[in-house]
Design a binder for this molecule. Sequence first.
Ligand code: CA
Length: 618
Amino acid sequence: MIKKRIILITLLVALTNLAMAQAIKKIERMDPPNWWVGFQETKLQIMVYGKNIAETEVSFKYNGVKLLKINKVENPNYLFIDIEIAKNAKAGKIEFMFTPPGKKSFTHAYELQERIIKENQHAGFSSSDVMYLLMPDRFANGNPNNDNVDSLLEKANRNNPDGRHGGDLQGIINHLDYFAYMGFTALWLNPVLENNNPAYSYHGYAATDLYKVDARFGTNEQYLELIEKSHQKGMKIIMDMVFNHISTYGFLIKDIPMKDWIHQFENFTRSNYRASVISDPYHAEFDKEIMEKGWFDKHMADLNQDNPFVENYLTQNSIWWIEYASLDGIRMDTHPYPEKNMMSRWAERLYREYPKFNIVGEAWMQKVATTAYWQKGTLNKDGFNSNVRSVTDFPMQGALIKAFNENEGWTEGMSRLYYILAQDFLYANPNELFTFLDNHDLDRFFSSINYNLSSFKMALGFMLTTRGIPQIYYGTEILMDGIGGEGHGTIRKDFPGGWSDDQINAFTQNGLTNEQIEAQDYTKKILNWRKNNALIHSGELTHFLPENGIYVSFRHTENAAVMIVLNNKYDQSFETKRFAEILKKYSNGYDIIYEQELKSLEKINMPAKSIRIIELKK
Ligand code: CA
């Protein structure tokens, strides 16, 4: 009897040991999944994830790579390995050896690749670009076979405005010619990373895996294909990234590495969304804490960027994507919400590795001063420098949706635009502001301006000729409408023609209304004119005080000038004497909007609610 029990216990112990050894043998993942030799920054922190991996001893031998530190954290399923890769280290595979206590070792290979720097790679974006923003789930369904994926929770339902509609990367690849034909030079896709959430997964802003494209959009390889093909057509790709939060459904939250990986509260605490408190010299710490640490939404866990492991994880993640996918730029979501000094170090690091690269930070602020706070080089009293070159120009957007909808006044109508530009002295670089009429979070522009095609033309023409880097939201060119307050689905409707059974096709104009066709042609005309027009990209800007609804601005250099005239009133003509400081050099012009020669510039006739863009000639 006793003998039997001993045997049983021995057997149990052996089985337990075996189970443990087997469990430890499994490395679920190493993040980043690979790295490159030859970066300016030689340090790398690899996160190893696997059941009880912290119980193992780690070692490796690789010429030029030094082990700095092995960090064990609260959760034994994680190890953070700090290594240093010498500048002259060669590409190859590091064989990491993991030795569980009293057990046989096992190895896991980690690849160090050669960096391939191609010409025009990571080109950055600038005022020479016009960016097309599209929501991958809502643009075009190029592969109905990936609409539903077994391993991913939410299934497609095109009848649900907040559900997944099946759009994907293949759909975007299929329509690259459309973007090029329209005259766009860059694409910004709303986030494409895995969002394995039970609902609202289509928008992409709650990632469950920061290294993997959502399988319902395609694969990482297909993302590369999209970028390569875009580059071949002269189009840049901007990746949308979110450092403020990740989904509560991802492994990093379900099996959290350490308690302070995220900001945790006793009860659910929402951000106050008042980004102005960050730059407010009189802010209360209470408000700042809630702003930064409160959660953006119930299933969006608020990352703690004060935690150096989080900082490394996020920074390396963005470098990995830039290098892996040859990205041209990043759009950083909710830029003022994460800890700002970490974000500043992050941007500085990216520009150090990729000097031509560009980043636009989403700083959703109504005022010029609070927006300027977030642009690189702004002389902030508190000494803060975001290091992010481009910032979203919400103040201009706010002015554009009002200016054409109201009567002219001291500060209304055209003066609204004038006063926004008149505050540009606050910005370190106004020409790197990111300008737009609408985006995925805002009412559709056509709805905002009371469905008025003339207002649309004036606003778009102005935005495309003033300073800044313009962005156009998919469907705006065909007057898609919708009010965000009626649900986000209404401002993120499917692009007509993106699905094989669509009755209307915006790619062929089949079924579009005459107004829609006019708007699309108008957009295409200005975009293609703007595309190679250095005057608009970088010429000086001079504008004159609006008078009687006429607002005149010029983009000019020593020897060339374009005159942009907006008339927000009735049919009228105006004398041009007061513009002599620019006009004196020119005697006639060509209006690209009306495709009309202007033989004299002394008096210019303007139809009611109209815009002229006049190339001046000597
Ligand atoms: Ca699909």
